[in-house]
Design a protein around this ligand. Structure first.
Ligand SMILES: [Zn+2]
Length: 361
């Protein structure tokens, strides 16, 4: 440990209060008798031994502080380098590339854009490398956003910009074209009206994606990606059956109902309640449910207001990123109903597997 160069996690506060130093976050901190300058010196560039020598304290005192900080999850002690796949021209006279990226504009832009993403991952439990490995790992997930709505297009862009490079957008059924309702302060503009949603989304992916994408975005056959589906709107029964039999995790967002929208659950096939479990439970609880469902299908889906679209897309993106990063989500076996008028007061519903549903066997 003495020859490691640990780094205080981004945002950690170091406060000098009389004889003691308080180091941590607003909600969680440790105290030390060492001067504040010792903790502030932990910047990942100099070793514990060097810090102790410069501060005139014993190595033991230094290591005790580092151990305390590490236990409190306030330190990054390892580093991970992100390998970025670069797409160089195959032209024989192209300029050659060396490994020094210090003057590479695209590389600098990536570093700048990745910094805010790291503030999400570095503060997760047991992360010691500043969150870099988790962000890099987001490229190993293939997320299909299904739906033809504001929420679906916004979510598509957010996931790409958050490092989930293999995100793709598919209309619920058939070919969808971009229309007036898609203008909601997102990635689509008036000049896109009438174009194919799927094609335009693919074109935009190169601009939006955190990690560089090739000109023609083709999935790497030799990479095994983990598939996740987010379905915005009533799912097609055949598709549902396929996700269940493939074991594909799928998050379901229902069509809006008056001024509210149901988000979830995230179904882990064979492990957590599925969509059919929920439908059967609803029918048990309410005799009219079948008629309600039919009437909602006949009425068709309505679009959500712009503010709701951004709020819901952001909320779903955070849950999907947490699921990708650490395998957890509040939406596993759970759904929330959000009223447009009280967006911070979510109504949580815990679901159970239905004994009559085949997914239970
Ligand atoms: Zn089920």
């Amino acid at each position: 440990m003495e020859d490691l160069a640990p780094r205080l996690k981004v945002g950690t506060l170091v406060l000098s209060q009389g004889e003691r130093t308080v180091i941590g976050r607003i909600d969680h901190a440790i105290e030390s008798n060492l001067p504040a300058s010792v903790a502030s010196a932990l910047n990942g560039k100099i070793t514990c031994r060097q810090v102790s020598q410069r501060a005139g304290i014993t190595l033991d005192e230094m290591l005790r502080l580092v151990s305390q900080l590490d236990t409190a999850n306030l330190l990054d002690t390892t580093s991970t380098k992100i390998t970025v796949e670069r797409f160089h021209s195959s032209h024989p006279s192209r300029s050659s590339h060396n490994n020094d990226d210090s003057n590479d504009g695209a590389y600098k832009q990536l570093q700048s854009r990745i910094a805010p993403e790291l503030t999400f991952t570095t503060w997760l439990d047991n992360v010691k490398d500043g969150g870099v490995e988790l962000i890099a790992n987001r490229r190993n997930y293939d997320v299909t956003v299904i739906g033809r709505s504001r929420v679906a297009t916004l979510l598509y862009g957010i996931l790409l910009a958050s490092g989930v490079s293999e995100t793709n957008l598919q209309p619920l059924r058939g070919n969808a074209t971009i229309n007036d309702q898609d203008m909601c302060g997102g990635y689509l503009h008036a000049s896109d009206i009438g174009l194919s949603l799927k094609t335009r989304a693919e074109e935009l992916s190169r601009e939006i994606s955190l990690f560089p994408l090739p000109a023609t975005h083709e999935k790497k056959e030799n990479r095994s990606l983990q598939h996740i589906v987010v379905c915005v709107g009533a799912p097609d029964p055949d598709q549902l059956q396929k996700w269940m039999s493939d074991g594909t995790p799928h998050l379901l967002i229902e069509d809006p109902e008056c001024a509210s929208i149901n988000i979830g659950p995230l179904v882990l096939p064979g492990k957590t309640p599925c969509w059919r479990c929920i439908c059967l439970a609803r029918e048990d609880q309410n005799n009219s449910w079948h008629d309600i469902a039919l009437q909602r299908i006949a009425a068709g889906a309505s679009e959500v207001p712009v503010s709701v679209a951004h709020h819901v897309a952001g909320l779903i993106a955070l849950e999907i990123l947490r699921f990708i990063d650490i395998g957890k989500s509040e939406l596993i076996g759970n759904s929330v109903r959000m009223s447009y008028h009280t967006p911070l007061d979510l109504e949580h519903r815990l679901h159970a597997r239905h004994p009559a549903c085949g997914c239970n066997w």
